[in-house]
Write a protein that binds this ligand. Structure first.
Ligand code: A2P
Length: 346
């Protein structure tokens, strides 16, 4: 078997990485189809020396496609994912369009691959901030149980797309030159007001939703419960945009169920877990940062320490490249799992 794989949003920040991850994956590939908007049709993309020509996304684009990876925004997924499924493709969707649909598996391969079994053609890739937190916490949950998570994120600008990264760099240049600067995208392209991100921090990602929380924060709360199959676990999040190009960082506070837990026990659990690299040694100032995580596949964990007051409370610092494990790599790993489990029909 060899698969024809389509990437929708192939010219974007995540789409470009998806092509790279497909190229370096274990999947048997016949062809990669690169799809975007009409604006990009005819444009050439080069990946590892391979030149691909971008096509406009239409329902017919999915004829003959086995696996379609979507990362072109929720409305594009809603419009074309059902068309792709109708034509026999399996869709792995990186947007939030289908994540909370009870008939759609929401999968981090290190955590809940068995959820793939019941799929109906669409699989959802979780939010970037949720994925790296799940990779880091699952080994601890398995060993000690988890009752509560409180997370504050420090999220990179590439999560908001290529145009947002360009705007940040332009602002930085203009600010250094004492020139006038513009803010037109962040915190959210869909909101009324926009603020500069360069030399700044914005405590808003996506639009505001219920109870004073943003949609990004609700994604972390609801997706965690779904992925961990635990509606009882307490989760709260504060999502913040920082002037970093790629690499999301998270300050994570957890409360474990098992009173016998310890920092060394947590470190041991993480050391042997898939997809994790422990970078934790204060004596030599070893801890992860976005710049050291950029371009890497792993989720990096450091600063693990016990809470001062709560015996079963622990703090840690979790960093991963939001475009790689947070998006493109996780999607491709889902495809590899589906292939390995014989769940892709041919
Ligand atoms: P295009 O470059 O043609 O606009 P990013 O997240 O970096 O902003 O990228 C968004 C991706 O979504 C791009 O690849 C973009 O393609 C794609 N996209 C935007 N609108 C559409 C559309 N109507 N149909 C298909 N792809 C789209």
């Amino acid at each position: 078997i060899k698969y024809t794989i389509a990437v929708v949003g192939a010219t974007g920040a995540v789409g470009t990485k998806m092509i790279e991850m497909i190229e370096s994956s274990t999947l048997p590939i016949r062809e990669i189809k690169v799809l975007a908007s009409k604006r990009s049709a005819g444009k050439k993309i080069t990946v590892n020396g391979l030149e691909l020509v971008v096509e406009e996304t239409t329902p017919e684009s999915f004829d003959g496609v086995d696996i379609a990876l979507f990362s072109a925004g929720g409305s594009i997924s809603q419009q074309f994912a059902p068309e792709a499924v109708k034509r026999g493709a399996i869709v792995i969707d990186n947007t939030s369009a289908y994540r909370m649909d009870p008939t759609v598996p929401l999968v981090v391969p290190e955590v809940n691959p068995e959820a793939l079994k019941g799929h109906n053609g669409i699989i959802a890739n979780p939010n970037c901030s949720t994925i790296q937190m799940m990779v880091a916490l699952e080994p601890i949950r398995k060993k000690y149980g988890l009752s509560r998570i409180i997370v504050s994120t420090y999220q990179a600008v590439s999560g908001a797309g290529i145009a947002a990264v360009k705007e940040m760099k332009d602002q930085a240049q203009q600010m250094l030159n004492n020139e006038a600067y513009e803010a037109t995208i962040l915190p959210s392209g869909g909101d009324k007001k926009h603020y500069p991100i360069s030399f700044n921090i914005l405590p808003q990602i996506d639009l505001f939703s219920q109870e004073g929380y943003t949609f990004e924060e609700w994604k972390m709360i609801n997706e965690t419960k779904k992925i961990m199959s635990d509606s009882e676990i307490k989760v709260s999040a504060t999502c913040v945009r920082v002037p970093v190009v790629s690499g999301h960082s998270e300050s994570v506070y957890i409360e474990v169920k098992d009173e016998s837990a310890s920092v060394s026990g947590i470190k041991e659990a993480l050391q042997s877990a898939p997809g994790i690299e422990l970078q934790d040694d204060p004596s030599i100032q070893l801890y992860p940062t976005p710049l050291t995580a950029e371009g890497k596949k792993e989720t990096f964990v450091g600063r693990i320490r016990q809470d001062i007051d709560v015996k079963n409370g622990y703090h840690m610092w979790v960093v991963s490249d939001n475009l790689i494990k947070g998006a493109a790599l996780n999607s491709v790993q889902i495809a590899e799992k589906l292939h390995g489990m014989g769940l892709i029909k041919k």
